[in-house]
Design a protein around this ligand. Structure first.
Ligand code: HEM
Length: 398
């Protein structure tokens, strides 16, 4: 049994290097995160990918022993019962309710609108000759799209940003736990009001469709409705923001790849897949709970343990991806797991791919001279240990 890693491992400022060093010692390691609870990290492709779809590793918090279960509940009250935290048959029922809205055909129909949003954002940045690409482009693009799909006012985006940053970050001290509690209440109040409005006057949006499924067909209950809307709002932007941010940083610091993509725009889809693999936004969100005693790579995992499948580490496994740290937009056979694998495979993947290809395509075409406006060493990543990997700012000039 490898030695248990301290919980600080999860907070490493350079997770890729830390995980590569650890993977060299073995693919599965015990870790003290959440502190005091039995938990394990999975770092390689051979064990990580199947673990994402292993029925012995479930998502429902009901598998967690007390007192940790109560803590999970307190931290995530508003999200309790969302599809990503459910197992079949609940998961199957909840996913079916919204999957119609995310089919590749429905999403492709959004292309002109997404392109218009991207163009408007570039129009606003252009006269300034420089921008923070996160605040001025990567954030407003996906948040506008998901707000329009759900039918919530895009003017509330500053609140959404705080809420989602809080709910995907770890609550490591009392102050953070207190703020998290407030956010849980605020999100609940917010969606309760929107639900009441749509109940009185339905529109052609996802909130109305889910309210109808609740009231007319009784396909979900009140808490599942709140949790589902919260999940879609968070998952629908927090990830894509950082795919655009992390991908642009990778491109701007690999000038030969930037040049290649400009010369051969037909490589855009393959470049997006490589951005997802190389520095995908989902860092630690894919934890599971062991429903029975089991073994992974020879390591005993007791029932009730948390198993963190670290997608960033799986996607840089040198056994599957040659020269894994190198950004290669022509990479062949790129079987990354940035969108997960199995029954919880990202529902929003077609939307994320559409948004990303429009975002990168528009930035490269309309800002031919775009470059970093700071020393790459000054770039700061968001609070480590978050479920999401992303930058704080991305200063550029053009
Ligand atoms: C699930 C990644 C964008 C909605 C997931 C999972 C991953 C992921 C890894 C599976 C988690 C697990 O197995 O534990 C990403 C990435 C995105 C992205 C990298 C962008 C680059 C989106 C968007 C939406 C979305 C735009 C739109 C609403 C969801 C939902 C689930 C999910 C609802 C839960 C699916 C289920 O439990 O069946 N995503 N996502 N995601 N994602 Fe995304």
């Amino acid at each position: 049994m490898p030695e248990k890693l301290p919980f600080e491992f999860i907070l490493s400022p350079d997770p890729h290097a830390a995980c590569a060093a650890l993977r060299g010692k073995g693919p599965v390691h015990p870790v003290d995160f959440p502190p005091g609870m039995g938990a394990f990290l999975v770092l390689d492709y051979e064990h990580g990918r199947p673990a994402l779809n292993d029925p012995r590793l479930a998502k429902s918090v009901s598998w967690v022993p007390e007192p940790f279960r109560a803590r999970f509940h307190a931290d995530n009250r508003i999200l309790a019962g969302n599809m990503l935290d459910s197992d079949p048959p609940d998961h199957t029922r909840l996913r079916r309710l919204v999957s119609k809205a995310f089919t590749p055909r429905r999403i492709e129909a959004l292309r002109p609108r997404v392109q218009k949003i991207a163009d408007d954002l570039v129009d606003a940045m252009l006269p300034r000759g420089g921008a923070d690409l996160l605040d001025d482009f990567a954030f407003p693009l996906p948040i506008t799209v998901i707000c329009e799909l759900l039918g919530v006012p895009v003017e509330d985006q500053d609140a959404f940003r705080d809420w989602s940053g809080t709910l995907v970050g770890p609550a490591l001290n009392e102050e953070q736990a207190r703020h998290r509690g407030e956010v849980n209440l605020a999100v609940g109040d917010y969606f309760t009001a929107i639900i009441a409005e749509r109940r009185a006057a339905p529109r052609d949006d996802l909130v109305s469709a889910l309210v109808l499924a609740r009231d007319d067909d009784e396909l979900l209950d009140d808490q599942e409705l709140l949790a589902g809307l919260t999940l879609l709002l968070i998952a629908g932007h927090e990830t894509t923001v950082n795919l655009i941010g992390n991908g642009m940083l990778a491109l701007l610091t690999a000038p030969e790849q930037l040049k290649l993509l400009r010369e051969r725009p037909e490589l855009l889809p393959s470049a997006v897949e490589e951005f997802l693999r190389h520095d995908g936004p989902v860092e630690r969100a894919t934890f599971r709970f062991a429903t029975e005693d089991l073994e992974l790579a020879g390591v005993h995992i007791p029932k009730g343990s948390v198993v963190h499948i670290l997608l960033g580490a799986v996607n840089r496994d040198p056994e599957v991806f040659p020269c894994p740290d190198v950004l290669d937009i022509t990479r062949a056979d790129n079987r990354h797991v940035a969108f997960g694998h199995g029954i919880h495979f990202c529902l929003g993947a077609p939307l994320a791919r559409l948004e990303a290809s429009i975002a990168f395509g528009t930035l490269l075409e309309r800002l031919p001279g775009i470059e970093l406006d700071c020393d790459p060493a000054e770039i700061r990543w968001n609070l480590s240990g978050s479920l999401i990997r992303g930058l704080r700012t991305l200063p550029v000039r053009f």
